[in-house]
Design a protein around this ligand. Structure first.
Ligand code: UT7
Length: 332
């Protein structure tokens, strides 16, 4: 057995320019800034505008930036995995489109669908390709254009989501850095509480499905909230415990940004103070697979080599998980 680990050697995010503020949402649905801020922590989200602009547009920008920043030749990339629930189209995979447009002509690429836990699933999967010794440069992208599946007539969901993408480069190391441990879970009995009814093989698009507004994300918020609080906290505590980490040993909690109250509850359970919790929900809302890499991107300058990070998420499926990462580089 080899002792190769996968470490993150670069991070880049991308958010589109347009800011959808709480004030603007007040004009679309019966809501107000006070309710949104106190119940979720969100102030604004970014929206990708324009015709024929899919999730790949977001992913391409993030990956291009990552290649540039890390001085990586696209032809050296061997694999690109894109986590998304808003692919450009059912097929081909959005990862294929990204790989082509960034010039990663020698890589293979595929999408995975695990909703808000998508980035964690993809990160662990990418890490396995490195750890097995077969691959040396893997890119993992979390990207979602949530505005394409949000019903701007439904106040319970439209206030939550935004568009964005984040990408990391994974490379091998034999030192004690990188992806150290992962616990990933799923439970398909969560389907009724968070899903998109139509547009798949069970209920292909029809006039009726469009009129019934079934091509939008549906969520029973308070039920999902309860599952999210319990499961995200449980799995984070479990990954800390089995790696002998206390709250003091953790430099940063990097939580999925669905609701500030879920994040606070998870941090509390882990014994991690608010000063060690990455949070950007107020600026981007819930960008699904992109929230965790967007947090890492925003906080990159504050990260130090050797920092212990716990990445944690909960989302549709249900899917959830936590990953322990030892950060591999100092800010330059
Ligand atoms: O990322 C994937 C996983 N998703 C999550 O983790 C999301 C989990 N859920 C949540 O974050 C929260 O449940 C929400 C933010 C979606 C909702 O917050 P809540 O505190 O659970 O509110 P609620 O659904 O229990 O609704 C409370 C009240 C209701 O009115 P009544 O029945 O008490 O009169 C809603 O109709 O708030 C009302 N309401 C609103 N009021 C103003 C719901 N949405 C809005 C709104 N503005 N946008």
């Amino acid at each position: 057995m080899n002792n190769i680990k996968a470490m993150i050697t670069g991070i880049q995010g991308y958010v589109p320019e347009y800011r959808l503020t709480n004030k603007e949402l007040e004009k679309l649905v019966e809501t107000n800034d006070e309710w949104i801020t106190s119940r979720t922590g969100i102030k604004e989200r970014r929206i990708l505008k324009g015709e024929n602009q899919g999730t790949s547009v977001l992913g391409i920008e993030a990956v291009k930036g990552l290649l540039e920043k890390t001085g990586t030749d696209p032809l050296d990339i061997e694999l690109i995995i894109c986590a998304t629930v808003t692919p450009d189209m059912p097929f081909p995979a959005t990862a294929n489109i990204i790989a082509d447009k960034v010039g990663a002509k020698k890589s293979f690429s595929f999408d995975i669908s695990a909703a808000c836990s998508g980035f964690l699933y993809a990160l662990q999967l990418g890490a396995q390709f490195i750890q097995s010794g077969t691959h040396k440069k893997v890119i993992v992208v979390g990207a979602d254009k949530m505005s394409s599946i949000v019903d701007y007539k439904d106040r319970t969901t439209c206030i939550l989501f935004g568009d964005g993408a984040g990408a990391v480069l994974l490379e091998p190391t034999t030192e004690e850095f990188g992806i150290r441990d992962a616990i990933l879970k799923s439970d398909g009995s969560g389907e009724p509480y968070l899903h998109m009814k139509a547009g798949g093989s069970r209920r292909p698009a029809t006039h009726e499905s469009v009129e019934a507004r079934e091509h939008f994300a549906y969520q029973e918020g308070s039920t999902v909230f309860k599952f999210a609080v319990t499961n995200m906290a449980d799995v984070s505590a479990e990954v800390m415990e089995r790696n002998g980490l206390s709250g003091d040993d953790v430099a940063w909690l990097v939580p999925h940004q669905a609701n500030k109250r879920i994040i606070d509850a998870t941090a509390n359970r882990m014994g991690v103070g608010p000063e060690k919790v990455m949070m950007n929900i107020e600026r981007y809302g819930n960008t699904t697979a992109a929230t965790i890499p967007l947090c890492l991107w925003d906080y990159e300058r504050q990260l130090k080599k050797g920092d212990n990070l716990i990445l944690a998420a909960f989302g549709g499926g249900f899917t959830w998980g936590a990953i322990y990462v030892k950060w591999a580089y100092d800010p330059n």
